[in-house]
Design a protein. Sequence first.
Length: 459
Amino acid sequence: MEFPIPSHQHATVYRRQVKPVSSGEYLPEPAVSFYSPPMPWRRYQAFLFPAGLMLALFLVYFHAIPRSFNTTYENRRFFDSDGEFIVRQFRQNSYYTHNDHLLYHVAARGLHRYPHALGLGTNPVRIHLFMSSLAGALGITLLFLAGQRLLSRPQALAAALAIGGCSGWWFFSSTIDTYLPCLAASILALILALRTLDHPSRVLHAAMGAAMGLAFLFRTDSFLLVSLGLVFLDRKNRRWSFFFSAAIAGLVVAGAGYALLAHRFYGIPWTEIPAWAMGGFDRPETRSQQTWGQWSNLSVSNIGLALVNQLFYTIALPHMASTRSTAWWSTYTGAGQIVQFIILIVWIGTLALSIRHVAGRWKDGSAQAALVFAVASTWMVSRTIFYAWWDPADPFLFAVMILPAFWLLLVLALQAVNASGSARLIRLGTIATMLLAIIIGLHNVRYLIIPFRKLCEPG
């Protein structure tokens, strides 16, 4: 994925050039500024900035919501997240209650057994919160690093921070649940899939498959990552050796990894693993009333509720207890409605610009942008339908899983702006993305972080 930049743009120096095409020159990987520092410093700079970004994000996420939120049963009334349940089971020595989150629980138990390895001690809240915050910071840093290969550095940073400030991402990075470790692995798989479009190789495809398998071990609903297989439609990826490299690596990590974890850490006999793996329909906390995975769940209202949460609530939270309402506009008040209007415009503009970019690249004889758009669209649609079927009562829980697709559409939209060749439009696109990140972040400080901090105040 690359984009045309006119040669008369003097504000940026480029590190390498690619063969020119009729619509301009493809000049990826812009440097930070006109001045190019000495090579040794540039190597340090390439490491220090992402490391600093990741550390800053980790500290923000780790301290945003008080830890006591994860130990109060009544707090599950908001989004019905599993944080309190995970901590309670852990303290009762029932570490492995969820057979669809195997690696998550194994990793937490490993940190608990070796309390001095990372200095976390044996407090289960600290251990699990560390995993969420670290995964949240890592995921945004990965998006930034991938964005630098597709956009300018300011654009890449703004797009990544826009995702990092979203209510779903921020909440699950600051509380205990399985979503962010899974999303970090899913983002790695997505980035590797995009990389195969430019540099296909058996090793890269195997790494993509392994990352997909890793995400599956954190959450088994990551089988939806099969949509990344669309990259094999690219003419450079149409080789059976590439496909088998990804498939074998994915099956080994996901299938063999699942079996080994189940047998070694959960004590499940080898012959009983397939039946035990399907036991997600009979979790201990839901045996009294089982509504998950019913075909009757696929109603227009349930799909609409899932869609509203994915398009709006997981980006900018209306109120703590409003995520089960489809009346999305009326759930916001005052300045919140202005923010929702902005998000609506962003979705419309992002889709329009993405489609324009796809059409422009298609005219130039490249189908890569179309494949990337198909990956983003399939990512969103498949998760909307699956989670409406799986658990329509708690749509906010799963809406966070579509944010990587939102980032991908933002990238395509910015590439369309960059391809225009207008320095003014490119500058406006960069500023608009920065403002979007600021608006989303400030909104969620007001409607997410501050209310939850007040909720956890003693007395």
